[in-house]
Design a protein around this ligand. Structure first.
Ligand code: SF4
Length: 553
């Protein structure tokens, strides 16, 4: 295991302003976030929550913990109800703070037993007013959490083998993994052992928990985890000489400066994935830019260095050996979301079902677990598309399970709109939000199911529509066919109202590229359904047979 290094500051630093890289000697904090992490390691906050804040209540919480270190355990204050999005930027953070929290449970690879799913649902019912959204990072996200209840929630989660450790913060966040790892005929290799080993070795370790900013990982034996937009990704590939292993990507990310990850051109066998992951996160920790938060993601370093130098530093300074050259992964013909009924390699089936934009509840989770168990399954998966998949279903149980899931609002044969819509947390709970997203997505799906009913059967792949509540890209708007970035817009009568900046033609996989922001192309929230309807009808009427939504970027 490597430790942070502190070589002398080079002479060149006098001419060129440093970016706060530890490896170049900039160990003095250059902004308040770095200062906070240096003053007290963020992982220390757990003891204060358990020993002090849970007993003395919200008003006893130190502001540095409340708006900083709490994140390392998945806790953010949620937005105070009743503040409209037009006032978000004008208010101080404390004016937006509610006394309740959002709590994110990290579920690496989205992998749950039905017992764990039941525990998640019961916690929601007991402590979170029945909220339990499925995020596009395979997490469960609660709202309305009181600080007094956090230790009891952690105890229940940890008894069931789950955690909120490093669910947020400048740390290695939840790792995406294929929902159908180990059972899919389409995967090159099962990445689960690598994912489990990284979690065992590195998650919760202080030496990897003070990074310049967040660090996102994806590991899958097939391209079903949006690998192009992760800080580091390992994608299954068959090497002509060495067999199944992983292709390594670094430096992807969205938000306000989206960049696609770059291939290192290296093939890594399954058992070496954790070591390579350690090397990449160590480069980020040591060489990542810490001066400006807006440049503190790995993508900026990769952009400046290029893939070749990054691989050289990884090999020379961290792995102390050469990596094996390898081929790129195959691109899927269509985006993979695991919705519907599919055969497994062992003769059983997996059943993927769609809520709308990940909106769920504690009661729903408990009921899904019961339905899965009645069908003979003990395993459920959450997906990067905000969907749910029940694994290991015997053929004789498939129809009954699908009907039960549909009863619960989780459709196994969803309309293309229900299937293709994703939304972030938005104005309901997020302090950064400018517009409402979850309810808007639900309304949009209901409207499109009526207004586009005449053409939906002719769509081979769903048109993806992603809604963000602000310029951050929690719902990956730049990778959607129709990406919608929440902002205040001017309506036809000159009023300032909620609306969206439109990005068209993004996508991952075969045609990876970001949607094009169309200058002046804005739509009010009230006009959204009509707008999407027009765009989709234009696409359908003008396309060639089998043509995907046009890539404009
Ligand atoms: Fe909040 Fe913005 Fe992320 Fe949506 S995109 S969850 S509004 S920060």
């Amino acid at each position: 295991m490597t430790t942070p290094r502190t070589p002398a500051r080079p002479a060149r630093a006098k001419q060129k302003r440093g970016e706060g890289q530890w490896a170049l000697g900039y160990r003095e904090p250059l902004n308040p976030n770095e200062r906070s992490k240096k003053d007290d390691h963020p992982l220390n906050v757990r003891a204060r929550i358990e020993n002090i804040y849970a007993h003395r209540g919200f008003d006893a919480i130190d502001p540095g913990d409340l708006r900083g270190r709490f994140r390392w355990f998945g806790l953010y204050t949620q937005r105070k109800p009743g503040i409209d999005g037009g006032r978000t930027a004008a208010l101080e953070p404390e004016e937006l703070d509610d006394r309740y929290f959002m709590l994110r449970v990290r579920i690496d690879g989205g992998a749950l037993t039905t017992g764990q799913l039941t525990v998640l649902g019961e916690i929601s019912q007991a402590y979170a007013r029945d909220t339990a959204d499925i995020t596009d990072r395979q997490n469960i996200q609660y709202h309305w959490i009181r600080i007094e209840d956090v230790p009891a929630i952690w105890a229940k989660l940890e008894n069931a083998g789950m955690t909120t450790m490093e669910a947020c913060g400048d740390s290695p966040r939840v790792m995406l993994g294929s929902p159908v790892a180990g059972i899919s005929a389409d995967e090159v290799i099962d990445g689960t052992p690598a994912l489990d080993e990284i979690k065992r070795r590195y998650i919760g370790k202080p030496e990897f928990a003070n990074l310049p900013r967040k660090f996102k990982t994806a590991i899958s034996g097939q391209p079903d985890v949006a690998h192009e937009i992760h800080d580091v990704a390992f994608v299954g590939v068959d090497h002509p000489e060495h067999g199944p292993g992983f292709d390594v990507w670094v430096g992807g990310g969205l938000s306000t400066n989206p960049m696609l990850g770059q291939r290192l051109g290296a093939w890594v066998p399954l058992d070496e994935v954790p070591d390579v992951w350690e090397g990449v996160i160590s480069i980020f920790r040591d060489y990542g830019y810490r001066r400006l938060r807006s440049r503190a993601r790995l993508k900026f370093l990769v952009k400046d260095w290029g893939a070749e130098k990054f691989r050289q530093v990884l090999q020379d300074e961290y792995l102390k050996r050469e990596l094996i050259d390898g081929p790129p992964p195959a691109d899927p013909a269509v985006p993979i979301d695991h919705v519907g009924v599919h055969p497994q390699v062992d003769g059983k089936f997996y059943v993927g079902a769609a809520p709308i934009a990940g909106r769920s509840s504690g009661g729903t989770l408990v009921a899904v677990a019961k339905a899965a168990e009645r069908a003979g399954s003990g395993r459920v998966r959450l997906t990067p598309q905000q969907k749910v998949v029940v694994l290991d279903v015997p053929e004789a149980q498939v129809t009954t399970l699908a009907a039960e899931l549909t009863e619960l609002g989780l459709e196994t044969k969803p309309s293309p709109w229900r299937r293709g819509v994703m939304a972030c947390t938005g104005l309901e709970f997020c302090k950064l939000a400018i517009v409402e997203t979850k309810a808007r997505a639900q309304q949009l799906v209901a409207d499109l199911e009526k207004s586009l009913a005449d053409i939906q059967d002719g769509l081979e792949t769903p048109v993806t529509v992603h809604l963000n509540g602000c310029p951050n890209s929690c719902a990956r708007i730049q990778t959607a066919d129709i990406g919608l970035k929440g902002q205040i817009v001017t309506d036809a009568d000159g009023n300032q109202v909620e609306g969206f900046q439109v990005h068209l033609g993004g996508g991952l996989g075969l045609d990876a590229g970001f949607g094009r922001k169309l200058r002046g192309h804005k739509v009010t929230s009230d006009e959204l359904t009509g707008y999407v309807e027009r765009v989709v009808r234009n696409y359908v009427s003008g396309r060639e047979p089998g043509e995907r939504f046009p890539q404009w970027a």
